[in-house]
Design a protein around this ligand. Structure first.
Ligand SMILES: NC(=O)c1ccc[n+]([C@@H]2O[C@H](COP(=O)([O-])OP(=O)(O)OC[C@H]3O[C@@H](n4cnc5c(N)ncnc54)[C@H](O)[C@@H]3O)[C@@H](O)[C@H]2O)c1
Ligand SMILES: O=C(O)[C@H](O)COP(=O)(O)O
Length: 409
């Protein structure tokens, strides 16, 4: 199905999940004023109704944009994830519908790293249970199960942006750092990559998870992995809730295989601050529970708001897909002609020839042309003069294999 919109600045933009005000400011500065904001995540019919007229949508980690949801939003032209994770969007389905997805790959990295570092110290001193007891009037002055972190081993699973930051900071506290990753990674400082997850679990006093949500990371910490951890060690999960089998974690805490944990993300999380929260971990006072706030700092949210809003505005205004996570990436200068046609199509043989034929048959001069492809999707951007572009636009929309076609003048 081919669709077309007249001009990027006519875009209707919907922001969900309390995205920071810097996003609105950035969009307004780019001339986008048709923006509505919602404080929480939406689902089901509410979500479809809120996004029915949206050209651009901004979400955070909770809103699920599945293939089924996207199929009901034919108008949607681009998605901004105002966070790092993009697992909440069906990226392949979005690409097939000609929808690029943008995120903020490192604006909250430091915030997560600082939280994890603090949690390592808190857990190794037994602070969570001492704090809970003291709030009830109990006094537990004791050095039992309280250690310096200096000289202990931190095991990082997923040595990407966040994992590497944590490794560097932990070494400054005198920790030994080992990591496990599916890719061979450059170790920073004195960190060492271990050959397997099992080797890491056997070596670490504290294990910290920093992998994305993928089929391979689902329940990657289950009963067998907890049994393989050092007796009396600790687990930190600030990645995604699906990475840890939470019942297996509860069992490991129960039998004191683990002396504590810090959990920021959960398999099921409330949609907003007014919804109830349940987890089998409530009964453990040696577990730090935080409501998915690893990236929730003033600095991170303000930066994310600016970064992702700018990416959406740029795509709307000039078609640039630089840094899109699911789409051919084209970094574009300002239009060289009076109008720019953005043509998204299935990547089948002869498509570019068919597009160019339309221009030469109509005697239209192409001022500039850009092409980028992935195995499935092709993205061609053509600058031409205004009247000619409108003729070409109508022609290009009709080419078989077109997914979406847009003109910006
Ligand atoms: N709690 C929060 O608020 C919060 C904030 C930011 C990010 N996150 C989560 O943290 C995750 C990591 O963020 P990042 O910026 O470091 O991502 P990243 O992409 O830079 O790093 C992820 C690393 O995990 C590795 N990896 C992937 N699959 C793996 C597997 N099966 N086994 C071992 N390693 C694997 C990758 O090779 C990569 O090195 C994000 O995907 C997001 O889900 C949570
Ligand atoms: O992926 C992320 O960046 C984090 O999980 C933060 O998500 P949030 O924006 O919903 O807090």
């Amino acid at each position: 199905m081919a669709t077309g919109t007249a001009n990027g600045r006519d875009f209707n933009i919907v922001l969900l999940e309390g995205i920071h005000a810097t996003a609105l400011e950035t969009l307004a500065a780019a001339g986008h004023t048709r923006v509505s904001s919602h404080a929480r995540s939406l689902a089901g019919d509410e979500l479809i109704a809120a996004l029915a007229e949206a050209d651009l949508v901004g979400i955070r980690s909770r809103t699920q944009l599945t293939a089924e949801v996207l199929a009901q939003l034919p108008r949607l032209a681009a998605i901004g994830c105002f966070c790092i994770g993009t697992n909440q969007v069906d990226l392949a389905a979005a690409a097939q519908r000609g929808i690029p997805v943008f995120n903020a790959p490192f604006s909250n990295t430091r915030s997560v790293a600082e939280l994890v570092l603090a949690e390592i110290v808190m857990l190794m001193r037994g602070i969570p249970e001492k704090n809970a007891l003291l709030h009830r009037g109990g006094w537990m002055k004791s050095a039992a199960n309280a250690w310096e972190v200096r000289g202990k081993t931190l095991g990082i699973i997923g040595y990407g942006h966040i994992g590497t930051q944590i490794g560097v900071l932990a070494e400054q506290l005198g920790m030994n750092v080992v990591f496990h990753d599916i890719e061979a990674k450059l170790p920073l400082g004195n960190a060492r990559q271990l050959g397997s997850l099992e080797a890491l679990l056997a070596a670490a006093d504290v294990v910290s998870l920093h992998v994305p949500e993928t089929p391979a990371t689902r329940d990657m910490m289950g009963a067998a992995q907890f049994a393989a951890m050092k007796p009396g060690s600790f687990l930190i999960n600030a990645s995604r809730g699906t990475v840890v089998d939470i019942d297996a974690l509860a069992a490991a805490l129960e039998r004191k295989q683990l002396l504590g944990a810090a959990i920021d993300v959960f398999p099921v999380e409330p949609k907003g601050n007014d919804d109830p929260f349940v987890t089998p971990l409530l009964r453990f006072e040696n577990v730090i529970l935080t409501p998915h706030i690893g990236g929730s700092t003033a600095e991170a949210q303000a930066n994310i708001g600016r970064e992702v809003a700018a990416k959406l505005a740029r795509y709307g205004d000039n078609g640039s897909t630089a840094t899109a996570v699911n789409f051919p990436q084209v970094t574009l200068p300002e239009p060289a002609g009076q109008c720019r046609i953005l043509h998204i199509h299935h990547n089948v043989p002869g498509m570019l020839a068919r597009i160019n034929e339309r221009f030469s048959a109509a005697g239209i001069n192409i001022v500039a042309q850009y092409l980028q492809t992935t195995p499935d999707i092709g993205y061609v951007v053509i600058d031409a003069d205004a009247d000619a572009s409108r003729v070409a636009f109508d022609e290009l929309k009709a080419i078989e294999g077109t997914i979406r076609c847009r003109i910006v003048c």
